[in-house]
Ligand binder design. Sequence first.
Ligand code: 0X9
Ligand code: ZN
Length: 306
Amino acid sequence: EEEKLQYSSFEQINHYLLDVERLYNGTVKSFEIGHSVEGRPIRGIRISKNPGVRKPALLLDAGIHAREWVGPVVAQYAIQQLLANASNANLTDGLDWYILPMLNPDGYVFSMEHPPARLWRKNKAQTFVNYCSGVDLNRNFDYVWGGPGSSDDPCSTNYRGPYPFSEPEAVAFGRFVLSIAQDLRMYLTLHSAAQAILYPWGYTNLVPPDWQDLDALAKKAEAAMSLVNGTRYHVGPTTKVVGLGAGGSDDWAKGAVGIKYVYTLELPGLFYPEKGFHPPTETLPIIAREAFEGIKVFAEHARNRR
Ligand code: 0X9
Ligand code: ZN
């Protein structure tokens, strides 16, 4: 399975979700949270062994930034590992998983089908500047929206949009998170390519009062990841590792929804072509395995502790 890891098209991602729903009928349920600006569905799956019984849940997403193609690969790998690898069966005992591999379908399709747009990051919304389209969905969330590290200029790659939750992709995701918030113990969002495990905040240099809990768990996950192939990830608050960026889904999940354990997992890529957003296909199995080792540590914690 692993050797076959590849970048996948938007259609392939959706097919995969529907395939696993059919294959693991009863355990996997696919759903649609809404649509993109151009009308594409935003899909996810829930993995739940006893769907009738209420359990703590973990949310994993990817693809909010179009060009970060390795995130959806890792999300699909995680699905496959959770369902098809018997040695991971314990990870779905007493823990429900919500996995959404592609939050920004329009941007993703644009970056895949239009070579000059390989480094497209935003969605495909029209703006008040005719020749500059797209909102950075990870600056559009309603927690200290408009703060430092976001731009009011539609031509910027960090354009935050005209107002918080102006974008249908962010709205759909936000509503979905609120609908499952009661059960959510953890939120992990996959990005690339800073090779880092980030925790809030992104809007300020200050850290949340419980930052030591988040830091300790992130370090534990990073240590497990490093055992796969020696790859080391940076660990720290967003602002310390990658700089300010207000309006992110992570800050919103912690600050507005109140989920304690929130992490942005920045996958590797820095040393590869296309400014790091295109690790060669043959490196995908290692990246995916490393990331999944970290995800396992996070998941065990989500299941066992509050
Ligand atoms: O800037 C971002 O949105 C993320 N880095 S990336 O290079 N993948 O674009 C980091 C997000 C960290 N969280 C916040 N800035 N809130
Ligand atoms: Zn990103």
